[in-house]
Ligand binder design. Structure first.
Ligand SMILES: Cc1cc2nc3c(=O)[nH]c(=O)nc-3n(C[C@H](O)[C@H](O)[C@H](O)COP(=O)(O)OP(=O)(O)OC[C@H]3O[C@@H](n4cnc5c(N)ncnc54)[C@H](O)[C@@H]3O)c2cc1C
Length: 327
């Protein structure tokens, strides 16, 4: 093992993702303390243009696996190709973005390498011996834990987009490029077409009325009713992170610390517990109504009007009242 810091360069739609440039920035800061090279590892198809782009940044080395079977991200093939880069570089630290690709790839690689992985880091520090201190929110974000990986190498972390400062421009550093050959079988899954979602980004910050949906909403039928009611009262709907994490609502509607901060005239929280990270994004709302079956739920501590009850009973009553007045 050497002292190098290896960064996975994430490519989507033929473009290097911002998070990878941020990780390279973090890698440069770490290498300045521990020594070693800042190494970019890139995997994909037709990479020559992207490699030229990478050379314009303040990095030392680029390793690439360029293969037509790597045109689209597929876990198996990318894991095999990037593992080849890792075993060739033999780095002290590996960084990946905490994106859907990074979150898919990183645990698979850490299992293959038999090492630890700290996910979703917000701060990285290193000592002169190369021990990495990986800080991330813990216990519901109420405190930050600094995690070390003393027994195994390489040390691996994923870092959320937008946390680190991006790498600076190359000021005359010679960047070597090493191409590796990896036998990549024709993927077992064939991607026929990539369709980019062209949805509008919801502007919940501007809404005067928000119906905000939490895990307690229950099934899809209730979810649809809440969304329908939001339209009926000329508002829109937002949600807690639970609904984003389970893929039911898009992230642009998430309220809270890692979502958006809202201040509507009316915030109606349905089945939201009121975790501190959620309250941080909505407690300044003018009037808050909360529906929750648990009378001790924290959402009631900020609510102007609290309704203790089961959503399955309250929602039909709300619907009836709203329809009566709105239709
Ligand atoms: C670093 C970090 C950042 C985070 N950022 C955010 C953020 O930006 N926004 C955010 O929302 N969260 C965020 N979270 C997550 C947060 O800690 C909570 O896990 C999340 O807010 C919980 O969502 P919830 O209230 O919908 O679900 P739960 O906590 O599971 O609560 C569900 C609630 O529904 C009630 N309920 C269940 N069934 C019914 C029923 N039938 N009728 C009535 N009530 C019912 C329950 O009593 C409960 O109170 C973050 C966490 C971390 C660690």
């Amino acid at each position: 093992m050497n002292k190098d810091i290896l960064t996975f360069i994430e490519v989507r739609d033929g473009k290097i993702q911002k998070v990878s440039l941020e990780l390279l920035g973090a890698a440069r800061d770490l290498a300045d303390v521990s020594g070693g090279h800042v190494v970019a590892g890139i995997v994909g198809s037709n990479l020559s243009g992207l490699i030229e782009d990478l050379k314009t940044f303040d990095i030392d080395l680029i390793y690439s696996v360029d293969n037509s079977n790597l045109k689209y991200y597929l876990t198996d093939a990318y894991a095999r190709a990037f593992e080849k880069i890792i075993t060739t570089v033999n780095p002290n630290v590996i960084l990946l973005g905490a994106t859907s690709i990074g979150r898919d790839l990183a645990p698979r690689l850490s299992a293959r390498l038999g090492t630890g992985l700290t996910a979703d880091c917000t701060k990285l520090e290193i000592d002169v011996n190369g021990s990495l201190f990986m800080t991330r929110p813990a216990f519901g974000g109420n405190l930050f834990a600094t995690i070390i990986c003393p027994e195994h190498r390489p040390q691996m972390s994923t870092v959320r987009p937008g946390v680190m400062a991006r790498i600076g421009a190359n000021k005359g550093r010679l960047v070597n490029v090493i191409h590796l050959d990896v036998a990549v079988d024709k993927p077992r899954v064939e991607v026929l077409e990539e369709v980019v979602a062209t949805q509008e980004i919801a502007n919940i910050e501007e809404a005067k009325i928000l119906i905000s949906i939490g895990r307690g909403i229950g099934g899809d039928e209730n979810l649809k009713t809440a969304q329908y009611l939001a339209g009926l009262i000329k508002g829109t709907y937002s949600c807690s992170r639970s609904l984003v994490d389970c893929g039911k609502i898009n992230p642009d509607r998430q309220v809270g610390q890692t979502g958006k901060t809202v201040r509507p005239e009316l915030y109606l929280a349905l089945g939201i517990s009121g975790a501190v990270q959620h309250l941080a994004g909505m407690e300044e709302s003018d009037y808050i109504i909360a529906v929750n079956k648990d009378r001790t739920a924290s959402i009631f501590s900020v609510a102007d009007l609290g309704i203790v009850g089961d959503i399955n009973q309250i929602l039909p009553l709300l619907k009836e009242e709203i329809e009566k007045n709105a239709l």
